[in-house]
Design a protein around this ligand. Sequence first.
Ligand code: COA
Length: 314
Amino acid sequence: MKIIGTGSAVPEFTVTNQMLEQFLDTSDEWITERTGIKTRQLMTTERLDDLGVLAAQRALESAGLKPTDIDMIVLSNVINEYMTPSLSSLIQGRIGATCPCLDVNAACAGFIYALDVAEAMLKNGHERILVMAVEAPTLMVDWKARETCVLFGDGAGAVVVTQGDNLKAMRLTTVSKPKPLFGYLAVSKTPWDQKTEPDYYLKMEGREVFRIAVNSSLKDIKSVLATCQLQPDQVDHYLLHQANLRIMDSIRKTLDVAPEKFPHNIEKRGNTSSASVAILLDEMNREGKIKQGDKLVLSAFGAGFCTAACLIEW
Ligand code: COA
């Protein structure tokens, strides 16, 4: 595949750490030191498909394509306001595309999983695919639970991919381990249902997730580097899932590469689940920070645990 356009969108409303201090037993100092997050954007008047529509339109515009030029949409999402239909099908109609649509859920690693699905579809004859990650993790958390709600923000990222040879390596892994990071949905119960489910907010063992994130991302990154016979410092940009600045720093230090090769926007956006890598990619592209021929490693990890990394030449 080859990426020929990028786009993103976040809600208009920004929530600062100081605003969280008003109703949670937390502080700007704690959040900044432990996570790197200063602000995040949350939906107020928007719905998630509104953000998806904007990101899709911006990606199409940047690729110089019309919505009807797209022959598939693959969209990563964990949760949105609709149980059904799929988020990709909602967005398809609103942007005026006519292609088939598919949602995938690989938690925060989903954007890279969606890229891999798109790569397979391109090999199968598709020509132009809109790959999206559209996420509202703020819908999953208990807004009274300081250990999770301060971490997340909402947002959408999109790329248009076409036939090409710029995806140089891909590694996906899933290790079934739900306990450190899971959230039940509030679903309908039949009159005969006898199960008692725990409450439905996101539950997370932060330290365990931190450890798994660092170890799995390092393994994935080393694997794609080995496939391409590259040393860590031969990569121009490492775009990691924006979950915690300390996770990124720990990975960077182990790889022994310069801080400027690990761009981040977590301080502004918080953790936008699988949209984080896609939004960062679009922001860097629009700021002209990615040059033709640059080597990019994308790496993300999340519930499952699902993890993924890929190496792309721009
Ligand atoms: N404000 C203030 N104090 C808080 C807090 C908050 N928002 N959240 C938790 N604390 C407290 C805890 O209650 C605990 O208090 P105690 O020592 O009195 O028990 C203390 O801070 C330390 O908590 P701990 O969970 O050990 O902190 P940490 O350094 O591990 O940081 C995370 C917590 C969640 C920031 C960190 O573990 C993390 O980022 N983990 C990975 C999360 C992640 O990536 N999730 C998404 C994966 S897709």
